[in-house]
Write a protein of this length. Structure first.
Ligand code: SF4
Length: 318
């Protein structure tokens, strides 16, 4: 009984907070962007929910004066780089990305020099300073298209070794990888997928390219998060094994009420940083227009070239 009462009051306070957030959003002329790995209640209240590419495009096109970014730090930085005249808020300033922290600008400069100055393709999961040292950015959705768009035959791909490896299997170019990885995706094993597949043999296996090579090699589809949403909707299959962060289950189950989705290792498919933004933090951030994310002008001027070049290539028909 006590638990039921607690749940009711929690639901009520969530609803009240959501109302307050909508009110503040209007007052502050703000837009709320949320990544697909965010908590369900954050995805529910956002104006736009998407993957890194979609969020970058929304940030670049937004006509609101304030962008509230429900995601991790590098995403808010990208929004600030693309929209320097706007206020960019990250409701939880400590929401970082372990993969992005695996490369810094000095190390990258040194490695580029060692390799004779070959072009650097930089996954958006990286700091503004690393983007500033790179020739072009990419997301998991457009990585192959971006690498293929370069005239050079060899590229250095940072920071994700798994995405870089996968891109190398999809292109005729030589892709030299950095030794970074995402804990959440890298920890998904083929054995775990096999175990769930044995229980649901009709299920199609779709995994993110941040997963290990042995996992991507045996999947039915290797897809970005937005690619998974599209594929699950369009496919006649009714069961899917999902190899990415568990936050995506909210949109997958919402969009496909008659279909079943299974996580091979739910406890590991969890990014603690992505879950740091909560409704109370979002409300506070909107009320105070803090904490802000800014990028020093000298870095921004160089980083924006890499991001804009990516957006330009992505907008081409393939
Ligand atoms: S899921 Fe992985 S790549 Fe994405 S924010 Fe978390 S640690 Fe970084």
């Amino acid at each position: 009984m006590v638990m039921l009462a607690d749940q009711r009051s929690e639901t009520k306070s969530k609803a009240q907070l959501a109302d307050r957030i909508r009110e503040l959003k209007q007052q502050q002329h703000a837009i709320i962007l949320a990544h697909l790995y965010q908590r369900p209640e954050i995805q529910e209240i956002a104006d736009y929910v998407g993957d890194s590419l979609g969020l970058s495009q929304q940030a670049a096109a937004a006509d609101a004066g304030v962008i509230v970014f429900c995601g991790v730090h590098f995403m808010a930085e990208s929004a600030s780089i693309l929209s320097p005249g706007k206020i960019v808020i990250l409701p939880e300033p400590n929401a970082g990305c372990t993969m992005a922290d695996m490369v810094d600008a000095d190390e990258l400069r040194a490695r580029k020099q060692e390799l004779g100055g070959i072009p650097v393709v930089c996954y958006v999961n990286s700091s503004a300073a690393v983007k500033a040292e790179s020739d072009i950015c990419c997301t998991s959705r457009n990585a192959v298209q971006i690498v293929d768009s370069l005239p050079e035959q060899r590229v250095l791909f940072v920071p994700d070794r798994n995405l870089g490896h996968w891109v190398g299997t999809q292109t005729s170019k030589e892709v030299i990888t950095w030794d970074g990885f995402c804990n959440t995706h890298d920890s998904i094993t083929q054995a775990e997928i096999d175990r769930v597949h044995a229980l649901h043999p009709a299920a199609l296996v779709m995994v993110h390219p941040e997963c290990r090579p042995e996992v991507t090699a045996r999947a039915d589809r290797v897809l970005s998060t937005s690619g998974m949403l599209r594929f699950a909707k369009e496919s006649p299959a009714t069961e899917f094994i999902v190899g990415t962060e568990q936050g995506i289950m909210y949109q997958l189950t919402k969009d496909n009420p008659g279909k079943q989705f299974y996580l091979p290792s739910p406890a590991k498919q969890y990014c603690a940083n992505m879950k740091k933004v909560t409704l109370p933090k979002l409300a506070w951030a909107l009320e105070h227009l803090q904490p802000r994310v800014t990028v020093p002008d000298e870095i921004r001027r160089r980083a924006v070239r890499s991001l804009e070049r990516m957006l330009e290539v992505s907008s081409r028909r393939i």
